[in-house]
Design a protein around this ligand. Sequence first.
Ligand SMILES: Nc1nc2c(c(=O)[nH]1)N[C@H]1C(S)=C(S)[C@@H](COP(=O)(O)O)O[C@H]1N2
Ligand SMILES: [Mo]
Length: 250
Amino acid sequence: MTRDDRPDRAAGGGRDGQGTPVGRRVVLGMLAAGAAGVATAPLLQRAYDSALGAAAQKDPTGLSGLLPGGGGFRYYSVTGSVPEKDAHHYRLTVDGLVRHRGGYSLADLRRMPQTRLVRDVQCVTGWRVPGTPFEGVRLSALLDAAGVRPEARAVRFTCFDGAYSESLTLEQARRDDVLVALRMQDKPLAHAHGGPVRLYVAPMYFYKSAKWLSGITVTEQVEPGYWEDRGYDVDAWVGRSNGRDDAPTT
Ligand SMILES: Nc1nc2c(c(=O)[nH]1)N[C@H]1C(S)=C(S)[C@@H](COP(=O)(O)O)O[C@H]1N2
Ligand SMILES: [Mo]
């Protein structure tokens, strides 16, 4: 683990080192300890994972390590803490250039037809997790239900962490491998992974898959998202953007 373990590059930071984030040394130390845990005892590794998961959730920099639950996912949040929303408190709004604004509870979303996809996940910082099941409602179904107006060209996503945002063109948003995901790894989406509901954009770098999804707004044009304002490509196809040549995920 050398260049791939750093968090997403900071503004102006470049992928190859300038702007190395504060805390990298700490993260590397934790990763080294984790590798030792794997080698010695699965039980220790599990304890280590949950300790790191807890630490990750308290890390105000958002620069933290592997998530518990396996697979090699890393925890990312651009905010220090994110409120937890359960089935009673969760709400997804759909608005903007639509005929019928909508509001969905978790139960509403669960009642709709569900699609399950199994693809690799690729983060733009280098880490990749093979064959991960995601399951949820096709974004296109929500857009159809809302009745997109003819002048619309794009969709903007907002999150209940209060800071993150993402966007897609309408054409990208209507792909059948773009989900409003309720499940990941065949379990309800955990809070750390952006639960109860996150976006899942299978063919794009994982920063497109906005966690803690709370708003879908149909817009006239693409509005760059949080990381895109800080240098990431707006069209985030895996292997064809961000100067990277990873194998495609779809
Ligand atoms: N709300 C929100 N969504 C987000 C992010 C974030 O910081 N906040 N980070 C993105 C990035 S860069 C990655 S790699 C993935 C990480 O998802 P994970 O924490 O489930 O591994 O979430 C994406 N979605
Ligand atoms: Mo990422």
